[in-house]
Design a protein around this ligand. Sequence first.
Ligand code: NAP
Length: 291
Amino acid sequence: MVTVQGARALVFGGSGQVGAAVIPRLLEAGWDVDALSREGQAPAPGLRWLRGGFEAMPALAREYGAVISCGPLDHFARWYTDGGVDAPIVVAFGSTSLTVKLGSVDDAERALAARLGAAEDALFACARGRGADAVVLRPTLVYGAGRDRTLSRIAAMARRTGMFPLPRGATGLRQPVHVDDLAATAVAALGARGAGGGAYDLPGGETLSYRDMVARVLAVLEPPARLVELPAPVFSLLAAAFRSSGRLQGFGPAAQARLRQDLVFDVAPAAAALGHAPRAFRPVAGMFLPG
Ligand SMILES: NC(=O)c1ccc[n+]([C@@H]2O[C@H](COP(=O)([O-])OP(=O)(O)OC[C@H]3O[C@@H](n4cnc5c(N)ncnc54)[C@H](OP(=O)(O)O)[C@@H]3O)[C@@H](O)[C@H]2O)c1
């Protein structure tokens, strides 16, 4: 690991599932950290929490050794391009949704993809103009801290009911990526100063079908839960009924169509440039429990 002494990093989204894994790695690498949150947070040696967000920015130093964004990329890019602070390197999390949702049947998903694309473009252009390197990290499906919106939600529902339904044919490939592997790569990216920056997909270390991914999660719950595979039209009706009663979020028609779609990304560019070395998907129950 590259260590630094006396340099201060500015972190956005440090209270989130990825940011909470990034901060300890920064401290361990010798960085002092200013982290923003709209909520009160507990300080730690080397870590100073500043109260605020993109809508109400607290006073910041004019210059930092690095800026890391683990919050919404569009807000961050707007703040950075509107002035932000100076730093030789800026590392920001984006999402593979940029490419996955570009051709979605859902208007909101296409709009999200467009926002992510515009934010990346603006960030790269602004960083170039300021002589800084910008690195955008695009994770696939994130898990590991019990706070993700896919596998932890599935696990929570399965714990309540003892089962989880999926439509038959949920064979689309996935590459779940652990929050700690993302954090390690984000901190390693700070060492890419002077390399010109770029955008990197960050998949997990194993490619498996959606069905098998969910089956592995259900198998490690205590007690294990049952995977129930339903004919696709039955699943679709059930999901619509649960959504309209407010008992299910997501799993709309676009998300259901994606269950059959392979969402696979090449790990090689991030491995070569940033040393991204994600673990295989070996879940344990605690990974899906908050805290
Ligand atoms: N979760 C996934 O599966 C996934 C997949 C692909 C990409 N990503 C990307 O990875 C990054 C980290 O994701 P995550 O799941 O760790 O996020 P998260 O848990 O939802 O946390 C987001 C963080 O952003 C901060 N934030 C949100 N809105 C803000 C605002 N208006 N002003 C200032 N801060 C704001 C929040 O800080 P406070 O509430 O403390 O202010 C929070 O700590 C994000 O860019 C996300 O898009 C996530």
